[in-house]
Each structure stands twice: as C-alpha cells, then as structure tokens.
Ligand binder design. Structure first.
Ligand code: ZN
Length: 430
C-alpha cells in the first residue's frame, strides 16, 4: 500500500478513535457515537437505519437507562441533534447499494465502553495526549473506540470507490456488547438476512500488532440473569410466621445452583456475583435480588446450566411461599467461522503481510455470535477475526490502550476483503 494512503488512514482513524475515546458511552447509551457515525456515513452516500429501525425491541436485554439524561449528555458533548432525536435505541446500520447485482457484504463492530474509571498514570498515553475519558466511571477499555473508528473509516473508503463495485455494503454498529446485551436484538432485527458474507472484528485479544487470528476458538455461550424473590414482610419477634422469607429462598437457591452437576459433554460455568436482600434486622426479609451468569462450551451446555437454574429458583420460591422473577440481562452463543471464508481471509492477510495465526483460544464471550450464526444458517458465510494490537495493559484494565497502527492494518484487510467480494464480473468481449 502506498505510504501516503497509509498515513492519511492513520490520521483519520486516530482522530475518530481519540474522539470516541474521550467521550465513552456505556451500553445502550451510545447516543453521541451513533449520531456522529450516522452523520458522517450519511454524508458520503449511505442510507442510515438507526437503532429503532434495526434492532428487535423484544430481544433487547439489560437496558435500564435514564434516556433523557443520556441524550442531554450526548447533546452537550456534540452529538448532531437531528440524528440524536430520531431514535430511542442506540446503534445503527449504514447501507450502500451500488445498484449493480452482486453479493451483500457486511461488517459488524461494537460501540460501547466499560464502567471503569480511566487511569491518570504518567505512562497512560490517552491522559498524556489529552484524550482520556471525560465521563466518570466510563472508559473505552476494550478497544471498541477503535472498532467504531475502523467501521467508519472503512465505510468512507468504500464509498469513494463504489462506482467500481457491485452488490451491497452493510455496516452494522452494534450497541451494548459488554454484558452481551445488544447482539441478539441486532440479529433478530432481520437486517442480516440478505447478507452473504459477514465479518466481525476485535482488536488485540491474545494477539500482538501484525498478527491476525483467522479462526479464534473457545467462545463461550453465556446467559446473564437477575433473579428477584418477592416475599411478605413481618415482625421478626411478634409474628415471624406471618412472613414469607425472600432472603432464605435466595440463599437456598444460591447453594443449590452451586451444586448443579457439571456436564459430561464439556465445559460449564456458573457464578452468582451478587446477592442483596432484606431491609432491617427485625423484619422478615421480603425482597432479594441476585445477579448471576452461566456459561458453556456450546449453546446446549449453557442451556443445560440455565434450565437447571430456572428449576432451582422455581423450587426454592415454592418452598418458601415467595414469588420470583427471572430476567435475562444478556446472552451470547459460541462462534465458529465458515471454513471457506477463513481460507480467503488467510490468503488476503498473507498478501498484506500479516502474521496469520489459524486458531487461538479467545477465552471470552462476544454476542456478535447471534449475527454470525443467523447469516450462516441462511447459507451465508461469516467470520470473527482478531486483529492483533500491542496493548499497554489488558482489556478492561484502567490503563488499557492499544497500538493505533493496528487499526490501519485492520482496515486495509477489510477493504481488500470487501473490494474482492464486490468485484463486478469481468466483461465478456468479442
Ligand atoms: Zn470488547
């Protein structure tokens, strides 16, 4: 690639990445990020569908936000007003139809930040260079600022050459990846249904600058859930018999959940991370809330764990005479890349000088899986790619930062993959 193009790309990617980094937004609150991307891509010819038009509202999980407050914050931090007001849900899809028959090629990136207070350490580059987070307890500590910038700049590059391409480009900017809350809603919105090739990316997970993991393994299926128990309060001295003890039901449920037999078919996990219950020492506790998660090496193994959790909650609630409510707060499924796509990505990445690593454990979850799976089930091909990036500290650490040149390599690869797939058939002459 020409050195000039590379340095222009780095400049653009860095500008956007640093802007998003400075104004991070937690899941379902990405109003500023969404509006800015919508404005930019609309200006270069994309049709924009905002969150409400792209996501299935029924599949939205873990969204407890103060919408007017978040929109006011986004406006004060420079979100273009017209785009900001046009949707209640965050995230967007940008579509560019060349008008010539051909495949539909798509990219999915995520937008949200993590609830971490950013470091002010002397070694921390975002602070030194003046683009550290201005939002308290919120930081792009997982590289999604980079993903959003990459999706945006890729969109601009493809728009510049759309006259020479065929088919259709779809760019998905997914909200609320952290906690696995937005991916299923975006998949069930149905906008991936005409996608022939879908890529999803992540920067720097177990991969250094210059490396590309074309077939990461070990994505865990997961369900994040809250359980509420509702009982009856009563005086603990005068008539404890009149109460229905929600705390006791919750404690029983937790100890039984920890005893769910592990499955012979593969890895399973369960954690109850919080339990809050009761109001006062001398009152039979009428309320308990626990937050937990299950995981499994496959969707079936995770389903096994979560269905046992449901049985236990039901049984414990009955035995204490309390009501319960289970709320799914997030979900992810495992990911398997389409082999043919892995092959073609490998060839392109080799040509661009990547050090290609076929497979390496990912070790976490990503709800992009719902979109990838939906494309694959309908006969399309999909791949989750890990684009290597040197890190200053690990993901979700308050000192997290990544090598910005990794974004240039990633966008160059994606551009090459899109352009190759969207080449019009050679004209037959003579
Ligand atoms: Zn992430």
């Amino acid at each position: 690639m020409a050195a000039h193009k590379e340095s222009t790309m780095l400049e653009q990617l860095r500008r956007w990445r640093r802007d998003f980094h400075q104004y991070p937004e937690p899941g379902w609150c990405e109003y500023r990020t969404t509006s800015l991307i919508a404005a930019e891509l609309s200006a270069c010819g994309y049709q924009i569908l905002l969150g409400d038009q792209v996501l299935s509202a029924a599949a939205v999980m873990g969204r407890q936000i103060d919408e007017p407050k978040e929109k006011a914050r986004a406006a004060a931090q420079g979100a273009p007003q017209a785009w900001l007001e046009a949707s209640s849900l965050t995230g967007l899809m940008a579509v560019l139809d060349t008008g010539r028959p051909g495949p539909c090629v798509a990219l999915r990136v995520d937008l949200d930040a993590v609830k971490v207070q950013e470091s002010q350490g002397a070694q921390h580059q975002p602070d030194q260079q003046g683009f550290a987070s201005v939002n308290a307890q919120c930081m792009h500590a997982c590289g999604h600022d980079g993903h959003a910038a990459m999706g945006l700049v890729l969109g601009q590059l493809l728009a510049q050459q759309h006259e020479r391409l065929c088919g259709k480009i779809k760019l998905f900017f997914q909200p609320a990846e952290e906690g696995c809350r937005g991916g299923k809603a975006m998949a069930q919105g149905g906008q991936v249904d005409d996608v022939d090739i879908l890529y999803a990316i992540h920067l720097g997970i177990h991969a250094a600058s210059g490396e590309l993991v074309v077939s990461p393994t070990g994505f865990l299926s997961s369900t994040k859930f809250d359980v509420e128990f509702h009982g009856t309060p009563a005086h603990a001295g005068l008539e404890p018999n009149a109460g229905a003890n929600a705390l006791a039901a919750a404690c029983q449920a937790v100890s039984q959940m920890l005893g769910i037999p592990r499955h012979r078919d593969g890895l399973t996990r369960l954690n109850i991370g919080t339990l809050n219950a009761g109001a006062e020492r001398n009152v039979i506790p009428s309320f308990a809330l626990l937050e937990g998660e299950t995981r499994g090496a496959s969707a079936e193994l995770n389903d096994y764990m979560f269905s046992r959790v449901q049985q236990i909650v039901d049984g414990c609630a009955r035995s204490y005479g309390v009501d319960f409510r289970i709320r799914k707060q997030g979900e992810a499924i495992s990911i398997e890349n389409s082999p043919r796509l892995v092959h073609s990505v490998t060839l392109s990445a080799d040509r661009l000088g990547f050090h290609v690593i076929h497979s390496r454990p990912f070790g976490a979850s990503d709800d992009a899986g719902y979109m990838l799976e939906r494309v694959q089930k309908r006969g399309g091909e999909a791949a989750y790619l890990v684009i290597g990036a040197d890190l200053a500290a690990g993901h979700h650490h308050h000192g997290f930062d990544f090598d910005e040149t990794a974004m240039v390599k990633g966008v160059s690869l994606l551009e090459a993959l899109f352009v190759a797939a969207l080449q019009p058939p050679a004209e037959i002459t003579g």
